[in-house]
Write a protein that binds this ligand. Structure first.
Ligand SMILES: Nc1nc2c(ncn2[C@@H]2O[C@H](COP(=O)(O)OP(=O)(O)OP(=O)(O)O)[C@@H](O)[C@H]2O)c(=O)[nH]1
Ligand SMILES: [Mg+2]
Length: 600
């Protein structure tokens, strides 16, 4: 979602989108794949249920469907917001309870509709090929909401101008051309109200305004309008080129300056010197940087349930939240993490994820594999579930800890609680004392539960919440201690590059075409900002080539008469004219819009 500062129109558009706030949302793996259950706030206190079913009637003609996902308030509480653009009311509820079931479709373009369901069908019918298993493991619907590609460009600086004062009785007034205004910046800001990357399917391009050109009487041009790209909490920003992670935006209100606007070009008033009292030269504005960005919304869970396959992780999740994950008596039932929200109190909630049976599953390329582990690194607290009915529960516990250590050191360092499950089975209750003693000896106090019978599960919830609160406080203290995180490092790097000195360049020679490419951020920026409309610009450029050592290096490397020399958008033909410090005789630009000076 974008907000142009001082731009009311956009806001009005936003208002048209219907937004419905829901009180709770659980995402889980149901019989038909990924489903979400949404609880709508209700006057009579009963929670209505919205089922989000990715497999929902593929040939339906209904175009619009809204997305739902989890987000967190500044306090870290989970809130769910759904954009429900069209709702189908299903009256055929058979289970007899009063809950109203509403099925809604995520919002997608009609053209993409087919792919979406094709992908989905393929996934659920298990037709995917081995090699693609990982990518296909994510239901198509989730993939679409989870990622987005956008283009961002900071505003170009305005051009400086050449002007002279004309006053009565002053025949030759001084130079008075003002500087161009700075281009607008591109910011990325976390909007706690957002819950998906869906808005980026409609708006892909984010361009900040260009700075206004300078004017006479030394008036500087106005600054270009900033643009703010609003993203939901949990968004990771990568540059598409090179796939470099730039930002991880977790908290509502966080704001990063991503692309700083180009500097305004200087007007001729700025070029006045002792030797040149009436300069007929001004700079063009600096180009604003541009970038394609990949956005990814990561799952944000406070608590992750880990444990050996079949230990009862999904059963525990379903016992403490409204999530309805698939539960079955075979290992690796869960291939994608399920999310559920635990509400302890009005303002005390935590998001819990049941994580797929560890590592062997990831190994086999099931589900999200290591991709998923990356997601789970978000959790602040782990609940380690041990199957008490196993042969050697203590051994199982140690083995999973070891696996965590081997495959995800960042997970193993998190605070955790140990839960001994399946206490309803005699083999489990027999072994409990031994297990408890063994762990107590290591300074760990395990709880015992029967997830299936929901015995002891509330104690687990409270224990996990206590650890979570401690973690949240610790993170807050850390932040105060280290000061707020600097999120402007991308912009800082761009600014640093802008200050690159002109004499730091490299020259590449292409023998085939006799072309010499001069590459260097400083010199290229100089060329970009040179306004060739003014004849003095050429002289200044020639002087710069000489002063920063480009000419000298070219001669040393053996440049010959007639060779082409390229600096940024500038192409020149080299001449060996003696006594002429310059290299250029004819000039061409790759960019036809630039007007070239006439040479006499
Ligand atoms: N008797 C008993 N069975 C349980 C209990 N908790 C879970 N189970 C059973 O254990 C089996 C595995 O449960 P899941 O919750 O699917 O286990 P999981 O850890 O999510 O398994 P994966 O997703 O495959 O890693 C199922 O058959 C459950 O019914 C319990 O407290 N008592
Ligand atoms: Mg499971």
């Amino acid at each position: 979602m974008v907000e142009h500062l001082e731009d009311e129109e956009e806001d009005e558009d936003d208002d048209e989108e219907e937004e419905q706030v829901v009180s709770r949302l659980d995402i889980f793996e149901g019989a038909n794949g990924r489903e979400a259950r949404v609880f709508l706030p209700d006057e009579d206190g009963d929670d209505d249920v919205v089922v989000f079913d990715p497999d929902y009637d593929g040939d339906s003609d209904d175009e619009e469907f809204g997305a739902a996902a989890i987000e967190q308030s500044p306090q870290g509480d989970a809130i769910a917001v759904a954009e429900l653009e069209e709702l189908d009311y299903d009256d055929d509820e058979e289970d007899g309870d009063d809950a109203e079931v509403i099925v809604f479709h995520p919002d997608y373009d009609e053209e993409e509709e087919e792919d979406l369901f094709e992908d989905n069908a393929e996934h659920y019918e298990g037709k995917e090929e081995e090699g693609e298993a990982k990518e296909k493991g994510v239901p198509a619907v989730m993939r679409c909401f989870d990622t987005a590609k956008i283009y961002a460009k900071a505003g170009d600086g305005g051009n400086g101008v050449v002007a002279f004062r004309r006053e009565k009785y002053v025949p030759f007034g001084g130079p008075s051309g003002g500087d161009g205004g700075r281009g607008g910046n591109v910011y990325v800001e976390v909007d706690g109200e957002m819950n998906s990357l869906l808005p980026f399917r409609k708006s892909v391009h984010f361009r900040a305004g260009r700075g206004a050109h300078g004017q006479g009487r030394q008036q500087a041009g106005a600054k270009g309008e900033d643009v703010v790209v609003k993203v939901p909490p949990g968004t990771v920003v990568r540059s598409s080129a090179g796939d470099v992670e730039l930002l991880e935006l977790m908290k509502s209100g966080q704001r990063a300056l991503l692309l700083p606007g180009g500097r305004g070009g200087r007007g001729n008033a700025a070029f006045k010197s002792g030797t040149n009292k009436a300069p007929k030269i001004a700079e063009k504005g600096e180009k604003g940087p541009e970038m394609w960005l990949d956005l990814e919304l990561k799952l944000v869970a406070d608590v992750g349930i880990v444990g050996a396959p079949n230990a009862g992780k999904s059963t525990l999740l379903s016992a403490i939240t409204a999530a309805k994950p698939t539960i079955a008596n075979y290992p690796f039932t869960t291939l994608l993490p399920n999310l559920g929200v635990v509400s302890l109190d009005f303002d005390a909630t935590m998001v819990v994820a049941d994580l797929p049976g560890l590592l062997e599953g990831a190994h086999r390329g099931y589900g999200l594999g290591h991709e998923f582990l990356r997601h789970s690194e978000r959790c602040s607290v782990l609940i380690h579930v041990v199957d008490g009915s196993g042969e050697q529960p203590e051994y199982e516990f140690e083995a999973v800890r070891l696996e965590l250590e081997l495959f995800s050191p960042s997970l193993v360092d998190k605070p955790y609680i140990v839960v001994y499950n399946k206490m309803d089975l005699p083999e489990a209750s027999e072994r409990w004392n031994k297990f408890q003693e063994k762990l107590q000896a290591e300074g760990i106090e395990p709880c015992c539960i029967s997830a299936m019978n929901r015995q002891g599960t509330q104690d687990v919830v409270h224990a996990a919440y206590k650890v979570l609160q401690k973690e949240r406080q610790r993170m807050k203290d850390d932040e105060e201690w280290n000061g707020p995180e600097n999120l402007n490092h991308v912009a800082d790097a761009i600014k640093r590059e802008r200050r690159a000195p002109m004499n730091e360049f490299e020259i590449f020679h292409d023998k085939g075409t006799n072309t010499w490419n001069v590459v260097g951020a400083g010199i290229e920026r100089f060329v970009q900002m040179t306004n060739w409309q003014y004849s003095e610009s050429l002289k200044r450029f020639q002087h710069a080539l000489e002063a920063c050592g480009v000419n000298k290096t070219l001669i040393k490397r053996g440049v010959k008469e007639g060779d082409t020399v390229v600096v940024g958008e500038m192409e020149m033909v080299w001449t060996d004219e003696p006594n002429k410090a310059s290299s250029s005789k004819t000039m061409n630009s790759k960019d036809d819009s630039v007007r070239w000076p006439e040479f006499g």
